[in-house]
Design a protein around this ligand. Structure first.
Ligand code: G16
Length: 545
């Protein structure tokens, strides 16, 4: 049955340039007339039309998720899409969406999420397009989408009622098929194929205790099925398991600041053996042992060093990759394994070519993202299961595992200082000023540290030869310490300055220092070089992770 297609006149709306990970704006902005529709139509234009294509659709369940999903369905039908595979209630975690795109041979997918940004009417919303490999669209595609947003004059949408998305079934919207799927099933099956579930079950049977904080976001249903139903962790292991449109008014970013209740429990006297959390759309993770927080950079290094203990990676790693600001802990593991370690710009999309070409198996970012070639997104629960599998085999605590890891490779003390919602001109002024100084920095000493080299990171993709410039300012000091500064590409108001600080320690007697203390000189040098306080008007960072 054909439905009538409405053609709606519109005009370009400023500010629709996709950032580090899709388009993110205040929810209210997305709800303004034509804003969402303009962007979706521009995606169709940017990908050469949607006619005859198969798409995957889902989101993290935040406020406006359901309404936006209905708009995408109507516009896909109007554009002549053949089929949309959509998660029940329009829910899909980002890694589950990536998996579905790949296993179903879809042409691409739309993910409705602003990831770790808060949700709700006053929070943020986002839309991301992923390509047929299951990964975030590369810059060449997002550029075409952005170009289309600047010239759009009309969009097309079918006239129809909302499609019921509560039952897994196949329905038609005009000539377009809609397959509504259980969001968890395929993902859980994939995890069972990678990890040794019997070993993890035995770990839980032995009395191993875990707490997983789903932060009222999309991983709740995934974690409940996998950890409690399939792996036998006691009920109550997963907390905040029901996805809520405003994430229970929380900030679904799994780090020691925003997952503070979990951190407090893990640092307390009666802490479980293992704690973990995930973010709004399920691609980030936080790992914490009893009394022992593991930085995302260290987590990547530990997974790389122990990968062959896990059946899905028992054949070894082809290579590893990390974003440039991520600590160099994994570099040392790669060196000892004799495999390549690639350094990419911030943004998961930059790992796609390396994974597709079989040059990297594991990837990770300091921003709580870890993943592998099983999908083309970072994957929060996958990282948690990986850790559980390693602990089940090594039969030791997280703290002991970290101590032995540092004894082998040294400890990369690491911290990120974020200055949020800084006035854009001030933030750009700071970066411009620092960029102007880079050439003169080598040889100069700040807070006792002498600059060895300083530059602005540019990435030449070794697979397709594309070049991405302006990817962060980096200052290396004699002795291996480093400061990186860049502006975030995921914020929705003002600018967020990220200052990444790192120093390698090889003396085992100094492995137990508080990271802020261990990095005190590096922090002071960053301030002396960039004048962060005076230029931002802030006495201290808003968030330290
Ligand atoms: C996104 C990207 C990540 C990036 C992170 C932070 O994560 O997918 O690759 O590291 O943002 O980016 P920025 O420093 O520019 O804010 P997510 O979890 O928000 O999709």
């Amino acid at each position: 049955m054909s439905l009538s297609i409405k053609t709606v006149s519109t005009r370009p709306i400023a500010g629709q340039k996709p950032g580090t990970s899709g388009l993110r704006k205040k929810t209210k902005v997305f709800q303004e007339p034509h804003f969402l529709e303009n962007f979706i139509q521009s995606i169709w234009t940017g990908i050469g039309g949607v006619a005859g294509k198969v798409l995957v659709l889902g989101g993290d369940g935040r406020h406006f998720n359901s309404q936006a999903a209905q708009v995408v369905l109507r516009m896909a039908a109007a554009g002549g899409a053949k089929k949309v595979i959509v998660g029940k209630r329009a829910l899909l975690s980002t890694p589950a969406a990536s998996n579905l795109i790949r296993t179903r041979g879809a042409d691409g997918g739309i993910i409705l999420s602003a990831s770790h940004n808060p949700g709700g009417p006053e929070g943020d919303f986002g839309v991301k397009y992923n390509t047929a490999n299951g990964g975030p669209a590369p810059e060449s595609v997002t550029e075409r989408i952005f170009e289309a947003t600047k010239t759009i004059t009309e969009y097309h949408i079918v006239d129809s009622q909302d499609v019921g998305l509560r039952i897994a079934e196949t329905v038609m919207l005009g000539d377009m098929e809609i397959e509504i799927v259980d969001p968890v099933e395929d993902y859980a099956a994939m995890m069972a194929g990678i990890f040794d579930f019997a070993a993890i079950k035995a770990l839980f049977r032995s009395g191993f205790k875990m707490r997983f904080d789903a932060m009222h976001a999309v991983t709740g249903p995934y974690a409940t099925v996998l950890l409690e139903e399939e792996l036998g962790a006691p009920p109550g292991t997963v907390i905040n398991a029901i996805p809520l449109p405003d994430f229970g008014q929380g900030h679904p970013d799994p780090n020691p600041i925003w997952a503070k209740p979990l951190m407090d429990e893990m640092m307390g006297d009666h802490a479980p053996d293992f704690g973990a959390a995930s973010d709004g759309d399920g691609d980030r993770n936080m790992i914490v042992g009893k009394g022992c927080y593991v930085t995302p950079s260290d987590s990547l290094a530990v997974l790389a060093a122990n990968a062959t203990l896990v059946s899905g990676y028992s054949g070894g790693l082809k290579g590893v990759a990390r974003s440039m600001p991520t600590s160099k802990a994994v570099d040392r593991v790669a060196e000892s394994l004799g495999i390549d370690c690639f350094e990419t710009p911030t943004g998961w999309k930059f790992f796609g070519n390396l994974l597709d070409a079989g040059r990297a198996t594991l990837c990770g970012e300091e921003s709580a993202g870890t993943g592998s070639d099983h999908v083309r997104e970072k994957d929060g629960l996958w990282a948690v299961l990986f850790w559980l599998n390693v602990l089940a085999v090594r039969k030791c605590s997280v703290a002991d595992l970290m101590t032995s890891h540092w004894a082998s490779y040294g400890r990369n003390y690491y911290s990120r200082h974020d200055y949020e919602d800084v006035e854009s001109d001030a933030a750009n002024g700071l970066v411009d000023h620092l960029r102007g100084q880079l050439a003169d920095l080598p040889g100069k000493t700040f807070a006792g540290l002498t600059v060895e080299s300083a530059d602005e990171f540019a990435y030449d993709d070794p697979v397709d030869g594309s070049r991405s410039e302006g990817q962060g300012l980096r200052i290396h000091f004699d002795g291996g310490a480093r400061v990186v500064m860049r502006l975030s590409g995921t914020g929705t108001s003002g600018a967020t300055l990220r200052v990444y600080l790192e120093r390698l320690e090889t003396d085992p007697a100094r492995f137990g220092i508080d990271p802020q203390e261990a990095l005190a000189e590096v922090i002071a040098a960053a301030e002396a070089i960039a004048g962060i306080r005076s230029r931002t008007g802030r006495a201290a960072p808003d968030v330290i992770t």
